[in-house]
Design a protein around this ligand. Sequence first.
Ligand code: ATP
Length: 607
Amino acid sequence: MGSLVPLGGDLPVESRALAEALRGLFDGLGLSVRRYATRRHRDPGSVSRFLNGTRVPPWEFVNDLIGDVTEQHGQPPTQEAMDLLRRLYRAALAESGSAFSRVQLLEDQLADADRRSVESTAVVRALERALADAQHRAADLELQIRQLHGRQQGRIAEKDKALRLYEDQVTALLRERQSLLREVEALGEQLLDAHNRRAQAERRCEELERQLVVAEELWAEESGPGERDADHANGEAGAPGLSARGAGPSGSDDVRTGGGPDPRYALDTFEAGEANRFALSAAVAVAEAPARLYNPLFVYGTSAIGKTHLLHAIGQRTRALHPDKRVRYVGAEDFGNEFARAGGERGLDRFRRRYRDVDVLLIDDIQFLADHERLREEFLHTFDALHGAQKQIVLSSDRPPKQLTHLGDRLRNRLESGLITHVQPPDRPARVALLRRQVERDRLTASPEVLEYIASQVQRNVRELEGALIRVTAFASLNRQQADVELAETVLKDLVPDRVPTRQEDVARLIIAETAEYFGVTSDDVCGKERGRAIVTARQIAMYLCRELTDLSTPRIAAVFGGRERETVEHADRKIRNLVAERRSIYNQMTELTLRVKAAGGLGSGS
Ligand SMILES: Nc1ncnc2c1ncn2[C@@H]1O[C@H](COP(=O)(O)OP(=O)(O)OP(=O)(O)O)[C@@H](O)[C@H]1O
């Protein structure tokens, strides 16, 4: 009973198959039949029969065997192995056909059905729970969906409302913008109109001033010296002396703002000397063949050495040689002011046509182009438009392009792209020639020696040179003396200032203060807009003295006098210059004022 005997050869197939399967399990225990029977409280004979296939064991035995093998090896048989065992077991039971087997089979089937029932019940329960859970979640979701839907509807309604509100506002703003644009355009037109009317009124004022001065002059001459002295005592000394006679080309026709070149300046009257021969040749070449050789032509140099003269002269010569060409001259400051005033699209359009529809554009004192981004851009585009269309550009400045740092690199590069020519103060022969021409033009009396002497004394500033000649000849004629070198020495000793590196704007302010005091008005009056007779006189004399006694350029002087136009300064300068030559009272006033300014420390030590 200790070990298993081989299976009987006459065993039915089903019993053999089961027995072999059970033996396989039993071998895994490594026990004898008896020992296993004792452990499981079974009869050893029965166990032998179960394993030999002569009897079908109860399923409980099979189960125990499986449990023991599992315990021993720590690993249960696979589900497939279990299913096979069960099938073998059932086949063996069916084959045996005994009542026991039948009972076993039924029990087994019952257990199987019961297991399935239990499993199904568990599945049913789990499914019921899952169903309930899902239903709950579905209900929750339904609720959330309904809430979200409600909220969404609310939002949509709100958005619709906001959208309608927004559209209403945009429509209203567009309408308002439209009407504002119309208003801006209308105001722009009105402004332009007002500017034109103001310019007309300014010209009329100047005209009336001249008439007034003439009338006063006549009245003063009729009334005799007593009356004139009374005027002096009133502090309105300038008025009687301010005559329109001899004022030369000082009428409004000659005052050209942002327009054509000034006919007084010509290439033929430009005294180049050795130093400026090249500058003159370049100017002639540009006038003869605009935009062919030097474009842009850039002339630079210190104050009052003929840069403006050259620009105008180029314009004159171009017009003479090419009557079909459109030539425009403008000071850079005026260019900036006009741009600032060109409000609205139409104004800007007009401005652009004015400066781009030309064949030759002459821009004076480019260093005064204001340091504004938009203005610089505008000028850049003007430059590119003209240059791109093969139109001539001529510019002047008090310094070379490299030093015009405030204009920015792009603009400076363009200014450097053509011919740059340095205009020098005229050399001595040129200065003498210039004085000789002035003597002829103004019918003055001065010997060649006097001209030589003046040319030797005033070297750097042509305006000053011309002023010195006027002073010498005026002094001589008013004192009925000979204009010889001795007299010239005396006059110039007193009047030609020794230049010291004083701030020139300060000197100009000192001149204004001294002149204002002299005429019994204030500096603010002189720089302001009032047109009282004494104020206008003081203003014009102060402007003249600034041109005479400082190195400031004309636009700078205009700026010191409350931001006026350069033409106003030029007009005042011409007017007073001519009066100095004609009237003793004015000459004396100038002399006295110059001495006062000198004494106040504005003109260096003097001698
Ligand atoms: N070489 C010259 N030949 C003839 N006239 C000259 C010459 N240089 C200057 N002038 C005269 O001197 C006066 C001043 O010259 P202009 O106004 O051209 O100087 P500028 O260099 O433009 O000075 P600013 O920078 O102050 O405007 C003008 O009347 C001009 O005709």
